[in-house]
Design a protein around this ligand. Structure first.
Ligand code: APR
Length: 265
């Protein structure tokens, strides 16, 4: 493990444009369960997963019913979103924010809707699946803070006349074009991609590592930090996997980088 941590530190220092892709595994140490890990939400509750696949159609069919569920009490997905909004960043989020401040990490593209990268201080964040802290109008694409929602006036309407939803991308819902375009640009620009805490099975997000490294001959370095091997590991998309917790490994990589930078001064 130590030699992989030092190898990742050196490769990050030598990179021209390093970006980070993250998934739910980044936030489990903040108390937010992941989806497909051994205790994941979908692993342990197939009914919840089936309901998640119907959520976008519910919004299209009945925005009122969608919002009643999204603001529902105990046991509803709305209750889960309320817990997510209360979560705090962990040592992994803070380590990535530090690497951005050192000028090494240029962008974080996250699947997580919890806003914890920004809360930890990372400024260039692409929220690929949106955010529980925002509302979005699918008609015109405008976004606003969740705090403007008036529960007594559901569903919320946009100034353009469209009905607003959570700025969370549900299954079967298109990823907003601005997000897709920014993320693809970052994936094609990077020469190092650090992939943290994702099973990398949900598309189109999972296409980003393959866009960054279209072939074994590609010069892009792909490093995975994950509790378990993933498709990317098995397919050889990632050059190597540092297996373990992001909240433990990322701070060690950041410390190794700071020590090496200090030594070279
Ligand atoms: N450190 C490292 N890896 C971890 C940790 C941790 N502390 N905790 C969990 N993991 C790993 C799990 O073993 C799993 O391989 O993180 C991965 C999380 O995978 P998923 O649960 O599938 O989450 P993610 O890849 O983000 O899911 C993608 O699916 O349901 C949708 O919209 C949802 O954005 C989500 C998308």
């Amino acid at each position: 493990m130590r030699e992989l941590i030092d190898r990742a530190a050196i490769e990050l220092i030598n990179s021209r444009y390093a970006i980070v892709l993250t998934g739910a595994g980044m936030s489990t140490e903040s108390g937010i369960p992941d989806f497909r890990g051994p205790k994941g939400i979908w692993t342990t509750n197939k009914e919840a997963e089936a309901k998640a696949y119907e959520r976008y159609e519910l919004f299209l069919r009945s925005p009122q019913a969608y919002w009643e569920e999204m603001l529902g009490g105990e046991g509803t997905h709305g209750a889960f979103y309320r817990e997510v909004r209360k979560a705090e960043p962990n040592t992994g989020h803070y380590a990535l924010a530090e690497l951005e401040k050192l000028g090494i990490v240029k962008c974080v593209i996250t699947q997580n809707i919890d806003g914890l990268h920004r809360k930890a201080g990372t400024s260039n964040v692409i929220e690929y699946h949106g955010s529980v802290h925002k509302l979005r109008c699918p008609s015109c694409g405008s976004r606003c803070g969740f705090e403007v929602l008036a529960p007594e006036k559901l569903p919320p309407y946009c100034q353009c006349g469209g009905v607003m939803k959570y700025d969370v991308v549900h299954f079967k819902e298109p990823i907003p074009f601005d997000v897709i375009e920014q993320a693809e640009r970052e994936a094609l620009e990077c020469d190092l991609m650090l992939i943290c805490g994702t099973s990398a099975v949900v598309y189109p997000f999972a296409s980003l590592p393959r866009a960054a490294k279209p072939s074994y001959a590609s010069s892009t370095t792909v490093i995975e930090i994950n509790a378990e091997p993933t498709q990317l590991t098995h397919e050889g998309i990632s050059d190597y996997l540092i297996q373990g917790k992001t909240g433990e490994i990322l701070p060690q990589i950041a410390d190794s980088i700071k020590m090496k930078v200090q030594q070279n001064r």
